[in-house]
Write a protein that binds this ligand. Structure first.
Ligand SMILES: [Zn+2]
Length: 250
C-alpha cells in the first residue's frame, strides 16, 4: 500500500514538473500577469482584448493583448522568461542566457510587427490609426543590452509606458467600439485551428534551422558564408547586398 502511494506521489511530482516547465504553461502565466496589470486601465478609455487569434490571407497571428483606445491601438507581446535577455530591434533572434546555457528565440519585436500587419489588414477603414507595439517581460528575466526604439519593458513598467502614448485622442468612442467589434468578430476560438498554428510555427522553425545548418540562406536559398564582423563571427548570405540575411554565432 505504502509503495503505491509513493509511486503515485512520484508520478504526480513528475507530471506537475513537466507541466510547469512547459513553454505553453510559462507563456500562459505571463499572459495572465499582464492581463491582470492592464485590467487596471480605466474601462471608459481602454478596451482590453486578450489572446486574439486572427487569420488573414497571408498569415495567422496569435496576439497576446490588444488594447483599443481613443489614442490608438496598443499591441502587446508577452514573454515569461528567466535569465539574461540580449537583443536588438533588427535581429531575427534574441538570446536568453542562463549561466552557461544559451537559448535563441524569435525577436519579439518582429513577431509583434507581424501582429500589427494582421490588424492593419483587418482594419482597412482605419488606415490613419496609430499602433503602439510594446514588448513585456514577466518572470525573472533581466533585460540586458536591448537596443530598440520600440518599448521593451518589465510588467511593472507597462501601465506608465501605455500612458506615455496617451496624449492626443485620434478616435471617437464610437470608432473604438467599431474597431473592438471588428476584432472580436474576427477572433477565432477554434482550438483545432490554434493547434495547427502552433504546429506550423514549429515546422517553420525546424525548417529554418535545417536550412541554416546546411548553410542554405532561408531567405533566398543562396549559400551562407562565414564572415567576420565588428561584433564577432556570423553567417551572411553570399548574395549580399541583395540579400541581407545574417545569423550570429555565439
Ligand atoms: Zn540570402
Amino acid at each position: 500500500m505504502g509503495t503505491i502511494i509513493i509511486l503515485f506521489a512520484l508520478a504526480l511530482f513528475f507530471f506537475l514538473r513537466l507541466k510547469y516547465k512547459s513553454p505553453e504553461y510559462k507563456g500562459s502565466i505571463g499572459e495572465a500577469r499582464v492581463a491582470r496589470r492592464i485590467s487596471d486601465l480605466p474601462e471608459q478609455e481602454f478596451t482590453v482584448l486578450n489572446n486574439i487569434y486572427l487569420e488573414t490571407e497571408r498569415s495567422s497571428s496569435q496576439i497576446d493583448h490588444v488594447i483599443v483606445s481613443i489614442y490608438g491601438i496598443f499591441v502587446i507581446e508577452t514573454k515569461n522568461y528567466s535569465g539574461w535577455i540580449f537583443g536588438n530591434e533588427n535581429q531575427e533572434y534574441w538570446t536568453q542566457t542562463i549561466y552557461n546555457y544559451k537559448n535563441k528565440f524569435r525577436n519579439p519585436i518582429k513577431q509583434n510587427w507581424a501582429h500589427i500587419y494582421a490588424l492593419k489588414e483587418l482594419l482597412t477603414d482605419y488606415k490613419f490609426i496609430k499602433y503602439y507595439p510594446i514588448i513585456v517581460f514577466t518572470g525573472t528575466a533581466k533585460l540586458k543590452k536591448i537596443t530598440s526604439k520600440i518599448p521593451v519593458v518589465y510588467n511593472y513598467e507597462l501601465l506608465q509606458t501605455i500612458q506615455s502614448y496617451c496624449e492626443e485622442p485620434i478616435l471617437s468612442p464610437s470608432q473604438t467600439n467599431d474597431i473592438v467589434d471588428i476584432i472580436t468578430a474576427n477572433n477565432i476560438h477554434d482550438e483545432g485551428i490554434h493547434k495547427k498554428h502552433k504546429q506550423n510555427i514549429y515546422n517553420d522553425k525546424y525548417e529554418l534551422e535545417q536550412k541554416i545548418n546546411s548553410l542554405i540562406c532561408p531567405k533566398c536559398s543562396g549559400q551562407l558564408v562565414l564572415r567576420n564582423g565588428s561584433y564577432g563571427r556570423f553567417y551572411g548570405c553570399s548574395n549580399y547586398p541583395q540579400c541581407k540575411f545574417t545569423r550570429n554565432i555565439e
